[in-house]
Structure formats: structure tokens, C-alpha cells
Design a protein around this ligand. Structure first.
Ligand code: FA5
Length: 348
């Protein structure tokens, strides 16, 4: 068989074996066998060089024509293979855009944070600014400047968490047992008139039960100006109690003792469930205890450089968990900080 016939046969057989293959591996094997460096076409083309010079042009032309036609067939098949692979992938990865989106789990505000914000908003409407103080405090601010004597039981390690090795110019360092030191810090930094509330965490070394935690949240209130009276405190607390617990809420004071106020009082609010007639939540008294309050002691004003003959003022301190318990009907304070998602999700 002369070379031209051999090239004719190679082209014919290769095109026949290629067929319309859509298999990528089979196509690659075909390319190596026909168009590869050691493929049948390359082998045949070596024969051109050994022909008589007069026969070479025709044979060379035929060889090139065979190469072009086989390459064209290869590339056309390759693009079909790619198109079919893509079509398969699109089918397999088809996205149903009509399916509803999968909901992402989202967190929500803690019930104590929600009540804290409501309290802040109610006081903001009355012109009170919300301020913060450090949770790790000096006993100078937590006790001494608040007129709490050195032998007061609250200072005992059984009641307060002291920071080991934490002594300095402010005395000993401890986790604040109340938000009242923020009163002191505020009065030292600002001249009257002062109207602030100070919500934040407080810590006491005590056995926990349904209404006591070792870590809890208080909100402090402080108002210092000329001619401020207990009636202003009662009016302010009544407005806030009504904003939080409804329009029937009333406030009353009972005598109470705190070294940093004189006179001192315990604050009660009419029970928001029975409106004062007596129920299980208010232990049939019609009243619910909210916290402590009173007129800022003249000695405390003098301690922070405010003249008690010119200025007077009131202060109060309430537990925010207790507010949240009343508001959401929660019977055990310990639920707030157990991090049980089933409990917390109810407030989402
Ligand atoms: C005080 O802490 C005073 N600093 C309040 C005060 C401020 C009086 C300004 C006068 C002027 P008392 O220890 O009673 O007072 O706490 C106030 C409120 O904090 C309580 O009524 C209660 O609601 C809450 N509280 C106290 N101890 C705990 C506790 N262990 N767990 C949860 N809440 C508590």
C-alpha cells in the first residue's frame, strides 16, 4: 500500500472509530492513538521524508489534509463532551429557587436586658441619664464614702467577694455589692444638679434560693439639686412603676435603714396582678417590695464635696431580676443565669 492509500485508510478508520463519542476518557485515548506524538498519523507522516523528492509534495499535502480533518473531528467531539458534562452537572446541582429559605438560628435579648432597657427609657423620659461604674470596686467607694462603718457586717468576707492581693489607695478591692458606689463616683465627678440612674451587675457572697443570687443586677437612682424632697422620689418612682407595670401602680414607703440615707425607706409597689387586693404573688399583702431608698445622708454629701446646707437629694436601689420576675411571671431567680436555651428562647 503506498503512503497516500495508508493516509486515506488512517483517516477513514479513525473517523469511523471516533463516531460521535461523548466519553471524555475514550476521546483522550483516541487522541493519543491517532494524533499523539506516537500515534498512527505521526508514524505515517514519517514516511513522507523517505519518499522520492518528486512524490513528497503530494504525499505531504495529503498528510496535512488528513491531520486537519482529524483535528477538526477531535475538537468538535471535545466541545460536545464538554457541553454534555456541563449539562449533567447543571442537572445534578439543580437549585429549586422556590423552596423556602432555611431559617438561621438567631439569639434574642436576655429578659434582664429587656427590663433594663425599659427602665432606662422610662427614666430618660424624666431627664435621667444612664451611667455605669466598675464591677470591681474599691471598698472606699463601695462602703467608706457611703458612710458604712468599718465594722459593718456587709464588709465581712462572708457577705462580699474580695479580690486577693487587691489593695491600693482605695483600700481593698472587691466585687461591688451594690450599685451605690456609682452615686459616689458621679457626685465626685459632677456638680449638682444631678439626675442619673446606674444599672449594672452586683455580687454578694450568699447562699442562693428562689429569690437570691450571688450575681444579680441592681439599678441605682440619684437626684441631687436644691429643695429636692422625698415627695419627688415618690412621684418619680410612681411614673416609672406605671410605665413598667401599668396605670394602677402605686408606691409606698416603709421605714428602712441604710447608712447612706436619712431618712431611709423600703419601697413597695401595689401588686400588679391583684392591684392591691391580695394574691399568691404578693403573699396576700397587696404590696410587692422593690428595693431601698431615702434622702442622701448629709455626711455622704459632705464626703463628696457637696454642701448639705445648699443641696439635698434622694437615692434608691432596686433589683432588676425582681422586676423581670414580676413582669414575666418567673418564680425562681436562678433560671436567669442557668443558660438554659429553652428558658431564654421564650423571650425571643
Ligand atoms: C441596697 O443594695 C442599697 N444599696 C439600696 C439603696 C440604694 C438604698 C440607695 C438606699 C439608697 P438592698 O441590699 O436591700 O439595698 O438591695 C436592694 C435590692 O436589690 C433588693 O430589694 C433586691 O431587689 C435586690 N437584691 C438584693 N440582694 C439580692 C440577691 N442576692 N439576689 C437578687 N436580688 C437581690
Amino acid at each position: 500500500m503506498d503512503l497516500i492509500e495508508r493516509l486515506d485508510a488512517i483517516e477513514r478508520d479513525a473517523l469511523a472509530s471516533l463516531g460521535g463519542t461523548l466519553d471524555a476518557d475514550a476521546l483522550e485515548r483516541w487522541r493519543l492513538a491517532v494524533l499523539g506524538r506516537r500515534g498512527s498519523l505521526a508514524e505515517a507522516m514519517k514516511g513522507v521524508a523517505v519518499l522520492a523528492p518528486s512524490d513528497r509534495p503530494r504525499a505531504g499535502e495529503r498528510a496535512n489534509a488528513a491531520k486537519q480533518s482529524l483535528e477538526a473531528a477531535y475538537f468538535s467531539c471535545l466541545s460536545s463532551v464538554k457541553a454534555s458534562a456541563r449539562a449533567h452537572a447543571l442537572e445534578a446541582e439543580r437549585i429549586d429557587v422556590t423552596l423556602p429559605a432555611r431559617a438561621r438560628p438567631t439569639g434574642s435579648l436576655h429578659p434582664v436586658t429587656m427590663i433594663r432597657r425599659e427602665v432606662e427609657q422610662a427614666f430618660a423620659r424624666l431627664g435621667f441619664t444612664s451611667v455605669e461604674g466598675p464591677e470591681v470596686e474599691w471598698d472606699h467607694y463601695n462602703f467608706t464614702l457611703l458612710n458604712i462603718p468599718p465594722d459593718h457586717p456587709a464588709r465581712d468576707t462572708q457577705d462580699s467577694f474580695y479580690v486577693q492581693g487587691g489593695t491600693g489607695e482605695g483600700g481593698e478591692m472587691l466585687l461591688r455589692t451594690q450599685t451605690s458606689p456609682v452615686q459616689i463616683r458621679t457626685m465626685l465627678a459632677h456638680k449638682p444638679p444631678i439626675r442619673i440612674i446606674a444599672p449594672g451587675r452586683t455580687y454578694r457572697n450568699e447562699a442562693t434560693d428562689a429569690s437570691h443570687e450571688a450575681m444579680f443586677t441592681q439599678v441605682e437612682g440619684l437626684c441631687i439639686d436644691k429643695n429636692v424632697t422625698l415627695a419627688d422620689l415618690r412621684g418619680t418612682l410612681t411614673v416609672v412603676a406605671r410605665a413598667l407595670f401599668g396605670p394602677h401602680s402605686e408606691i409606698r414607703f416603709r421605714c428602712g435603714y441604710f447608712p447612706f440615707v436619712e431618712p431611709g425607706a423600703e419601697i413597695d409597689m401595689t401588686c400588679h396582678l391583684c392591684h392591691g387586693s391580695g394574691c399568691r404573688v404578693c403573699k396576700r399583702t397587696g404590696w410587692i417590695e422593690l428595693g431601698g431608698a431615702g434622702m442622701v445622708h448629709p455626711r455622704v454629701l459632705a464626703n463628696v464635696g457637696i454642701d448639705p446646707d445648699e443641696y439635698s437629694g434622694w437615692a434608691f436601689g432596686c433589683g432588676l431580676e425582681r422586676f423581670a420576675m414580676l413582669r414575666y411571671g418567673i418564680e425562681d431567680i436562678r433560671l436567669f443565669y442557668e443558660n438554659d436555651v429553652r428558658f431564654l428562647q421564650q423571650f425571643a
